[in-house]
Design a protein around this ligand. Structure first.
Ligand code: KG4
Ligand code: ZN
Length: 345
């Protein structure tokens, strides 16, 4: 009964981006995202404002995606939505929309774990050049604002967590340190841009000593904060005068932490095909370092197209496709979840 190349509409509303995408098989027909600027002046996402903005954005975003895809609503075979993890109020907007849409069109409803979306974003096909045929298993370094994990990807919907952060995520470390420097939210991209003109060896920060494959970023954050606080006492213009060097040194520290455990994971598992995913995978320093290492060590590395690194509905649609193929559909009584593990289907 299931169509081989179904048309899937997906909505993503886990944080502060309202996004809708249309996929035909693996081929992306449309991916529209409305980013909420309302949070900028607060230096972080305000949950209540996020859900209100999702409510205002979701219908126009969905219909823009359907328009851009050039399809008729009646051609849609299934609707996928982000079940979690994320902000509950934001998730509720996407899930309520998806349930209503599925009910009205009498099509299957597919719940998607946002983390699976980041990992499978590599399989979205935009054109001939973007078709990738990855062999399983591969390792995925999943680094976003909420997660930092090393995952063994055994199949499209089969994962094993090798290591994860015990405190802050890598994106959180970027954002919190950027805030200390007075940079706009989210700070990851700002640090990335500033780093390009800075000296990564200018400042040293305390690095974690954590056993196994787990990460920790809270010590680095504290070390960064103390460096700034102590120097500001001596020189009130310290941040302004050292912006690029601070950014480059911080970025180097985060990349060093991420890469050291990844190398350990490759050596331990013998898997040398590596995919990078999540918002932080847009970071040019990290992409360069991984590409360099891959060349030196003969690893195969997959870097996601930058437009699929931060939250988007295309990545939800691709997971929707693989769940559709297995007829893994949800009922109307499904509820969004603020907390979900990578292991939750
Ligand atoms: O995946 P994502 O959009 O949302 C979550 O699921 O968390 O990731 C957002 C995170 C933010 O922390 C943001 O600062 C970070 O990704 N980010 C970056 C870059 N672009 C976005 N971090 C470092 N360098 C970048 N270029
Ligand atoms: Zn995300």
């Amino acid at each position: 009964m299931v169509n081989k190349n179904p048309i899937i509409l997906a909505v993503e509303s886990s944080c502060d981006d309202t996004s809708a995408a249309v996929l035909c098989g693996r081929k992306l027909l449309a991916n529209i995202t409305a980013t909420q600027e309302v949070h900028e002046k607060y230096g972080g996402v305000v949950p209540e404002l996020a859900s209100r903005a999702h409510q205002a954005n979701i219908i126009p975003v969905v219909y823009s995606a359907i328009d851009e895809a050039g399809i008729d609503v009646n051609q849609i075979d299934a609707i996928a939505f982000t079940q979690g993890p994320g902000l509950l109020g934001s998730l509720m907007v996407g899930s309520a929309f998806a349930k209503g849409f599925a009910l009205a069109l009498k099509i299957p409803l597919i719940s998607v774990n946002h983390l699976h979306g980041h990992i499978l974003s590599h399989f979205i096909v935009e054109n001939e050049a973007s078709v990738i045929e990855t062999k399983f298993p591969f390792l995925c370094l999943l680094v976003s604002g909420g997660h930092s994990q090393i995952v063994i990807v055994k199949d499209f919907l089969e994962f094993e967590i090798l290591g994860e952060t015990i405190d802050d995520a890598a994106g959180e470390a970027f954002d919190k340190c950027a805030k200390v420097m007075g940079l706009p939210y989210p700070g990851g991209r700002e640090i990335d841009l500033l780093s390009q003109n800075g000296n990564p060896l200018a400042f040293k920060f305390g690095l974690p000593r954590i056993e196994g494959f787990n990460y920790s970023f809270s010590g680095l954050k504290t070390s960064f904060l103390y460096k700034i606080r102590d120097n500001l006492k001596i020189n009130p213009s310290f941040i302004e005068e050292n912006k690029a060097d601070l950014a480059a040194s911080l970025q180097k520290a985060i990349i060093d932490i991420l890469i050291s455990k990844l190398v350990k994971a490759v050596n331990h598992t013998g898997i040398n095909t590596i995919a990078l995913s999540g918002g932080v995978s847009a970071n040019d320093g990290l992409r360069l370092k991984l590409t360099d290492l891959a060349e030196k060590n003969n690893w195969k590395v997959f870097l996601p197209n930058k437009k699929f690194t931060t939250d988007n509905a295309a990545m939800i649609a691709i997971v929707g496709l693989y769940k559709y193929k297995k007829a893994l559909f949800s009922n109307q009584d499904i509820t969004p979840k603020a907390r979900m593990s990578l292991m939750d289907l």
